[in-house]
Design a binder for this molecule. Structure first.
Ligand code: ZN
Length: 268
C-alpha cells in the first residue's frame, strides 16, 4: 500500500461535495461515516494529533476499500478532531472535551446527517477513550429518535471489538517488552510509514513505565500513574513496515465491516 494522500479520496468526502451531491448520496442510500479523533499527548516522539490522524486515514481508506472491494456506497464526514482524553490532561497539548459536550456534539452532528437523508451512520474512532462515550451517546440518541417517531435509522461503531483486532498481530510481532497501552511502537510505526517527517528523533527513547497493567482505580492519570514521558511500549522498535501492515489490516477490516453494515436490513 502507499502512504495516505487525501487526493486519493475524491468523491468520498462530504466536505468536498456540493449540496446537490450530498442530496444524491443520501438518495443512493450511502452509508455515512463519522471519524472520531482526539488531541492528546502521544509521548515526546509523535504528534498530539495521532488519534485524529488514525481516525481520518483509517476511515477514508476503509471507505475507499468498501467502495472498490465490496461495492458498498459510502460518504465520509469531516473528522471530529477532539475527543475524550481526561487521562492525558496532565500533559500540555491535550485538549479533552467534557463528557456533556462530547455527547451533545455527537448528537447534534448525527441529527444533521439524518436530516440530510442518511439512514446508516457508522462512527469510526481512532481513540479508545471515545468508545464508551460514543456508544452511549448513540444508544441514547436512538431512544430519543424512537420516542420522536423517527424510524429506519441505524447506528454502528467501528472499535476494537470489530475492526481493530489486526493490531494484535502487530503487537505480537513487536514484543515491546513492557506494558504498552498508548503512544507505543505501533503508533510510531504508523507515522514512520505515512509521515516520517513528523517523528521526532530526539523523543525516540524507551520510556520508564511504572507498572505492568492498568491501574485498578478508575481515576488514573497517565503521568502520575503510568509513564512520565507519556509513551509506553518501546518506540525504538518502530519501523515503517509495521505501520503499513497496521494500515492494511485495519482498513481491510473496516471495508469488510461496512459490507456487513450494508447487507443488514434497516426496517423500522
Ligand atoms: Zn493513540
Amino acid at each position: 500500500m502507499r502512504p495516505f494522500n487525501e487526493r486519493d479520496y475524491a468523491g468520498l468526502m462530504w466536505s468536498e461535495m456540493s449540496w446537490v451531491e450530498v442530496q444524491r448520496a443520501a438518495e443512493e442510500g450511502r452509508i455515512a461515516l463519522l471519524p472520531l479523533g482526539s488531541i492528546e499527548q502521544h509521548g515526546p516522539m509523535i504528534p498530539v494529533g495521532c488519534d485524529q490522524f488514525l481516525a481520518h486515514t483509517w476511515t477514508l481508506e476503509g471507505a475507499r476499500r468498501a467502495r472498490d472491494e465490496h461495492h458498498v456506497p459510502v460518504v465520509v464526514l469531516p473528522t471530529i478532531p477532539f475527543g475524550r482524553s481526561t487521562q492525558h490532561m496532565d500533559f500540555p497539548g491535550t485538549i479533552s472535551l467534557s463528557l456533556e459536550t462530547y455527547v451533545k456534539l455527537l448528537e447534534d452532528i448525527v441529527r444533521e446527517v439524518i436530516r440530510a437523508g442518511f439512514r446508516k451512520i457508522v462512527c469510526v474512532s481512532g481513540h479508545g477513550g471515545n468508545f464508551g462515550p460514543a456508544r452511549e451517546a448513540l444508544r441514547d440518541l436512538s431512544g430519543k429518535l424512537k420516542s420522536e417517531g423517527q424510524v429506519g435509522v441505524r447506528f454502528y461503531l467501528a472499535d476494537s471489538s470489530n475492526c481493530f483486532t489486526g493490531m494484535n498481530k502487530i503487537y505480537a510481532k513487536m514484543k515491546q517488552g513492557q506494558f504498552n497501552f498508548h503512544a507505543d511502537a505501533c503508533e510510531t510505526s504508523y507515522y514512520l510509514f505515512h509521515r516520517p517527517d513528523l517523528v521526532k528523533q530526539e523523543g525516540m527513547v524507551r520510556p520508564d513505565v511504572k507498572r505492568d497493567a492498568m491501574p485498578l482505580h478508575l481515576d488514573w492519570f497517565t503521568k502520575r500513574d503510568i509513564t512520565e514521558s507519556g509513551s509506553s511500549g518501546d518506540p525504538t522498535l518502530a519501523n515503517p513496515e509495521y505501520g503499513e501492515l497496521s494500515y492494511e489490516y485495519t482498513t481491510g477490516a473496516i471495508g469488510a465491516f461496512l459490507k456487513r453494515v450494508w447487507d443488514e436490513p434497516v426496517g423500522d
